[in-house]
Design a protein around this ligand. Structure first.
Ligand SMILES: Cc1cc2nc3c(=O)[nH]c(=O)nc-3n(C[C@H](O)[C@H](O)[C@H](O)COP(=O)(O)O)c2cc1C
Length: 452
């Protein structure tokens, strides 16, 4: 077909020319280009020395636990309901006795000021502004008092690693209680530090050492080094100074003798809510629930401890079935998008925690970077919920999600030799189950569960 043509007219050209005002703030300009957590990760990688970036980004041994957890989220299939009025949206949830504006909070991470100098204060400020909880690690690089100062009106949670020096551990716990922290997360998956091989290969120590290769790596990352060299030196609330690898430090700190009796004792010392972080089997979930703790965090520590550990997201439905509707379950490990959060809630979690997603934002742009993480996850959460046809978290239920599973276990009947199977296959649910799920979604006949 022959098109009729004419020369471009200046008036028409002028209408097409819309130049955005140039953003003079480099950080804002950079963060505006990040539309996903993966985008923030890419910026973080460019701006952070290799040792510190790999410490945050890496996991244990061959990093299979982390890769599998992320894959499990990618393998979700959602079942949307159509023609629902989703003009109003409530993303708030109740967790450990108070409301959170969003269904996720910031997970405890150690040595955070080493990843970016604003560290825990940036995380706590951003969490406070968003109305979500912030968790401070025992091996955090800001004191409980400093975190309270950064987030005076919001919720702060304290994470406990029981150290060999129990008095020191408990005095830190006391300081957190005195600073108004409302929830204690007791981490139980660390009898020994996981093998973080990237750290070994990088020769990564605390504090980072200036070797020819770190100097070379520092040249394109001047801001990180200027911040590092001109701000308060790295100290830990739980330890005044250290000169060695992080693994050695953690092994020096962790108490490998801790048992369920100690957990019961710790629970009795804390005035607020207590949750046990690092539960990875149904039996342990049952055992700590029977002890009367307020909740559990189903987590394999972001794949940083036992490699080839169970995928928390896959474990979730069975643990929910075991513990019933009223027990509070928080889930972490592998969350990289709002869709992952929505799927976790639908499958029975009351709440989720983000570790690396927060750290990528922090390394990409300090406080504003953490704001960007929260903004991205919030818009993804809201969009996914609207597309599923729900307007509040309570409406999410297992019928909204199918977990497609790549690895299936080999059946082990008592007394039978198990037959090897081709395990790397996609084990999709049957058409029948999918049809039943969509029917339940469309009728909304399956309200999630009563509020505790
Ligand atoms: C750099 C880094 C440091 C961490 N430090 C701690 C810690 O001190 N205490 C703890 O209980 N968990 C720690 N975790 C685990 C997180 O609390 C959380 O379980 C994990 O990051 C969740 O997985 P995700 O990173 O895929 O979101 C750390 C995780 C990372 C990435």
């Amino acid at each position: 077909m022959k098109l009729e043509r004419h020369l471009p007219r200046p008036r028409e050209l002028a209408q097409l020319m819309h130049f955005k005002r140039f953003e003079t703030d480099g950080r804002a300009r950079r963060l505006a280009k990040a539309h996903t957590i993966a985008d923030l990760r890419a910026i973080a990688k460019r701006r952070t020395p290799k040792g510190a970036f790999d410490y945050a980004d890496g996991a244990a041994e061959a990093e299979l636990s982390l890769a599998r957890a992320r894959q499990a989220f990618r393998d979700i299939e959602f079942h949307p309901a159509i023609l629902r009025d989703v003009s109003a949206m409530d993303t708030s949830v109740e967790i450990f006795g108070e409301r959170s504006a969003l269904p996720f909070g910031i997970a405890p991470t150690g040595f955070t000021r080493m990843m970016q100098s604003e560290g825990e204060r940036a995380g706590a400020c951003a969490a406070g502004a968003a109305g979500i909880p912030f968790s401070l690690s025992t091996v955090g690089t800001t004191s409980p008092e400093g975190v309270h100062e950064a987030n005076p009106h919001g919720r702060n949670w304290f994470q406990l690693y029981m150290q060999k020096d129990r008095d020191k551990s408990m005095s830190l716990v006391q300081r957190a209680a005195d600073s108004g922290f409302d929830t204690l997360l007791v981490t139980v998956d660390v009898p020994v530090a996981g093998a973080r091989l990237r750290d070994n290969r990088n020769g990564f120590t605390i504090p980072p050492q200036l070797t020819p290769s770190t100097v070379l790596n520092a040249i394109p990352r001047p801001e990180w080094w200027i911040n590092f060299l001109t701000t308060e030196p790295l100290t830990f609330a739980s330890l005044s100074e250290w000169d060695g690898t992080i693994g050695e430090l953690l092994n020096e700190l962790f108490d490998p003798t801790i048992t369920f009796e100690d957990l019961a004792w710790i629970r009795d010392q804390w005035p607020g809510k207590v949750a046990v972080k690092g539960i990875q089997t149904i039996a342990d979930a049952r055992k700590v629930a029977d002890m009367g703790v307020d909740g559990i965090v189903l987590s394999n520590h972001g794949g940083r401890q036992l490699d080839r550990a169970p995928i928390p997201f896959h474990l979730l439905p069975a643990v929910r079935a075991e513990l019933g509707d009223d027990f509070e379950i928080v889930l972490d490990t592998g969350i990289m998008s709002g869709a992952d959060i929505v799927a976790s809630l639908a499958m029975g979690a009351n709440f989720t925690l983000i570790g690396r997603a927060y750290l990528y934002g922090l390394m990409a742009g300090g406080r504003e970077g953490v704001d960007r993480t929260i903004e991205i996850l919030t818009s993804e959460t809201v969009r996914t919920m609207k597309l599923l046809g729900v307007s509040s978290i309570d409406e999410l239920n297992p019928a909204h999600v199918t977990q497609l599973q790549r690895l299936t276990s080999i059946a082990r009947e008592p007394g039978q030799v198990s037959q090897p199977q081709n395990t790397v296959k996609t084990n999709t649910v049957t058409q029948k189950r999918a049809a039943a799920a969509s029917a339940a979604v469309s009728s909304h006949a399956n309200p999630r569960r009563p509020k505790p």
